[in-house]
Write a protein that binds this ligand. Structure first.
Ligand code: GUN
Length: 293
């Protein structure tokens, strides 16, 4: 069994990005600039956004963090997004999700200019992705592809079973794995809450992507010997022995599944560790797209 080390691969992606930023500096070109909007003070969102801003600093990008109270009205947020759309210095815009109930996530995502949609959530980005055109790939699926690529895992002809059909992970990764690309060409089965015989389907998977958000859902008896297992789960569960009061659990029963797997991602330190690196790649791409226009 080989651990797919997200921390290691993320560091290698970030090192590469740092070098590319240095090249831009040497050429006197504009440096990538990510604008992040955080509404309210949800603990997990605070942590993620702080990490995104810190990673920008590490790599040498410019970043702007805009904070709003949880009680903000929708129009104020949309107006800020329009302002950032028009700002020629800003390359990428992200609005951290989830948002308070009074704000429509759909409207927020629609308002972000597709050219600056480094989260890859805009219908234009998803539409381009489905058509196999160059697009911003959402950070989690992109992180998974980068892991497969780094470890030179052959995907061609394999049966990939994706558990979960969210817009952010399950749906895009199922499409990406089926495309005619070096990290694609799989036969893909998407499982969800109405799937019958999920155990039998998982047992047919050469690759299993567990992205349903249910801690320790995938057990040893659901996985065949030699499977490649990608655990996307990052659920916070109470743990009084930890200073934070919680620990992060994946969607895979690691102790049962790891001995049967050929490759497996740990939690934490697997897919989760890759997502910010993937976002940073999208941000550089947004900046380069503008330069080449
Ligand atoms: N909330 C959870 N994951 C994400 C993400 O990738 N981007 C944004 N904007 N919000 C999130």
């Amino acid at each position: 069994m080989i651990l797919l080390d997200g921390k290691l691969v993320a560091q290698s992606v970030k090192d590469d990005l740092k070098n590319r930023v240095n090249d831009l500096k040497l050429k006197g070109q504009k440096l990538p600039h990510l604008a992040a909007i955080l509404v309210g003070n949800n603990g997990a969102s605070e942590t993620y956004v702080a990490s995104k801003v810190k990673t920008c600093e590490e790599i040498g990008y410019k970043s702007t963090l805009i904070r709003f109270e949880a009680t903000i009205n929708e129009e104020t947020l949309l107006e800020k997004i329009r302002e950032l759309n028009e700002d020629p210095d800003v390359d990428g815009i992200l609005v951290q999700l989830p948002l308070p109930k009074q704000i429509s996530e759909e409207k927020v995502i629609d308002t972000i200019s597709a050219e600056k949609d480094v989260d890859g959530f805009h219908p234009v980005s998803i539409g381009r992705l489905v058509q196999g055109l160059p697009s911003f790939v959402p950070a989690t699926p992109y992180g998974i592809l980068l892991l497969l690529e780094y470890y030179k895992i052959e995907t061609k002809g394999k049966h990939a079973v994706v558990i979960g059909r969210s817009n952010i992970v399950g749906r895009p990764i199922s499409i990406l794995l089926s495309q005619n690309t070096p990290t694609g060409n799989c036969t893909v089965t998407v499982c969800h809450s109405h799937t019958k015989n999920i155990k039998e389907i998982c047992l047919q998977g050469d690759i299993i992507v567990a992205a349903l958000g249910r801690p320790e859902f995938l057990s040893g008896e659901m996985v065949r010997e030699g499977a490649i297992v990608i655990d996307v789960g990052i659920t916070r569960v109470e743990d009084k022995t930890k200073k934070s009061g919680f620990k992060i659990k994946g969607d895979v029963k690691f102790d049962e599944v790891a001995p049967k797997s050929s490759y497996i991602t740990p939690v934490p330190g697997g897919v989760g560790a890759m997502t910010i690196a993937a976002l940073m790649k999208n941000t550089l791409q947004a900046c380069l797209n503008k330069i080449s226009k």
